[in-house]
Write a protein that binds this ligand. Structure first.
Ligand code: ES4
Ligand code: ZN
Length: 326
C-alpha cells in the first residue's frame, strides 16, 4: 500500500466535487458574521457538531440550509478559492467542480452572482494555485424538470464559463428520464453531460442503464452499482466511460466504503476514479479518499497510479492538454 506522501505527490484530477460541500465550519462562521446571519452557533466546534448525519436524507437536511451564508459573488469566490488551495495541497492539478445554482436562486441569490463568483476563483486558479479549474452546473433532481430547464436557459449567457451539466440531490423517485429533454437541450448547447447514479438507490442499476442508453452521458457520478450487471460492466469498460467514485462519502451514506466494488472495477479495467464529493462534511479531501480506498482494498502502488491516470483520462480536458498529464 502506498504512503500518504506518495498519494499527495501523484498528480491527480478531481472530477466529483460539490463546491457547496467544501464549506468548512470556520468559513461558514466568517460568512455568517459578514452577512449578518444568525446560524445558531458561534464556534467552529459548535458548527462542526451540526455536520452530523448517517444517511443521504439526513446529510441533505444539513447541507442545503448551511448554504444560507452564501450571499454575494465574493462569498462564492472565497468558497471556491479555499477549496482550490486545499486541493492543490493534495496534488490536484485539474478539477471539474459541481455547483448547485438552484440551491441559491431559490433563496433569491442571482444566478449571475453564483457563476461569476465561482468562475473568478476558477480563472485565477492556474496562476494562484497551480490548478486548472472548471465548472459543472448541477440540476437538483428533486426539483421539477421545468425548474431545471429554466436554470439551463439562465446559464446560456455564461456558456463559456461552464464546461458541462450534471444531476444531483435525492435520486429516490427522481430517475434520469425525468431530465431527458433538459439533457438533450444541454447537449445541443455544447455542454458535456454527467449524472449522479448514487450508491444503493432503489433502481440504481436501471438508472445506470438509462443514463448510458437514453441520456448518453459522457461520465457517471458514483455508478458503483454497475457491478450488479456484468454485461453493463462490459459496456462501461468498452466505452471507456469514467465512473467518479467517492469512498469516504459512500461510508457516510451507506455505512460501506464500497472498496471491494471499486477495486474490482479498477482491476477489471473500468475507468474508475477517486474523488471527495463533499469533503467539508465527510471529513476527507481527495488524498484521504485515495488512502482510505488503498488501505481498505489493499491497492498496490501500480493500482493507485492507475487511479490517478484514470482521473485524467476520464476528465474533459482536450486531448493535447490531457496528453501532458499521461
Ligand atoms: C450529494 Cl452525497 C450527495 N448525494 C446527492 N447529491 C449531493 N449533492 C451533494 N452531495
Ligand atoms: Zn456527488
Amino acid at each position: 500500500t502506498p504512503t500518504r506522501e506518495f498519494v499527495t505527490g501523484l498528480p491527480k484530477a478531481e472530477l466529483h466535487l460539490h463546491l457547496e460541500g467544501t464549506l468548512e465550519p470556520d468559513l461558514k462562521l466568517r460568512l455568517a458574521q459578514r452577512n449578518g446571519i444568525d446560524i445558531g452557533q458561534t464556534t467552529v466546534e459548535e458548527v462542526r457538531a451540526t455536520y452530523a448525519f448517517d444517511s443521504l436524507t439526513s446529510f441533505l437536511a444539513v447541507y442545503y440550509p448551511a448554504m444560507e451564508v452564501l450571499q454575494t459573488a465574493d462569498d462564492f469566490y472565497e468558497l471556491a478559492d479555499a477549496y482550490l488551495a486545499r486541493a492543490a495541497a493534495d496534488g490536484v492539478k485539474h478539477v471539474e467542480m459541481f455547483f448547485d445554482p438552484q440551491a441559491h436562486t431559490s433563496r433569491g441569490v442571482p444566478f449571475e452572482a453564483v457563476v461569476t463568483g465561482y468562475h473568478r476563483a476558477a480563472a485565477e486558479a492556474p496562476g494562484k494555485h497551480g490548478v486548472d479549474a472548471h465548472l459543472i452546473l448541477c440540476f437538483l433532481r428533486d426539483l421539477s424538470a421545468e425548474s431545471a430547464a429554466e436554470t439551463l436557459e439562465a446559464s446560456v449567457p455564461f456558456r463559456d464559463k461552464i464546461l458541462g451539466v450534471g444531476l444531483d440531490s435525492d435520486e429516490r423517485d427522481n430517475p434520469p428520464q425525468k431530465f431527458a429533454a433538459v439533457f438533450a437541450r444541454a447537449r445541443e448547447l455544447g455542454y458535456r453531460l454527467t449524472m449522479h447514479c448514487d450508491i444503493d438507490q432503489v433502481g440504481s442499476i436501471d438508472n445506470i442503464r438509462t443514463v448510458l442508453d437514453e441520456i448518453g452521458v459522457d461520465r457517471v457520478d458514483h455508478g458503483t452499482n454497475v457491478v450488479e450487471d456484468p454485461a453493463l460492466v462490459d459496456v462501461v469498460r468498452e466505452r471507456g466511460l469514467g465512473l467518479t467514485c467517492c469512498p469516504i462519502s459512500n461510508s457516510f451514506v451507506t455505512d460501506d466504503m464500497k472498496a471491494t466494488e471499486i477495486a474490482g472495477l479498477l482491476r477489471s479495467g473500468v475507468r474508475v476514479t477517486v474523488n471527495s464529493d463533499d469533503p467539508a462534511y465527510f471529513g476527507g479531501y481527495v488524498a484521504d479518499n485515495y488512502v482510505a480506498l488503498a488501505e481498505a482494498a489493499d491497492l498496490t502502488v501500480a493500482e493507485v497510479v492507475q487511479l490517478a491516470r484514470n482521473s485524467f483520462e476520464a476528465s474533459w480536458l482536450g486531448d493535447s492538454q490531457r496528453a501532458a498529464y499521461l
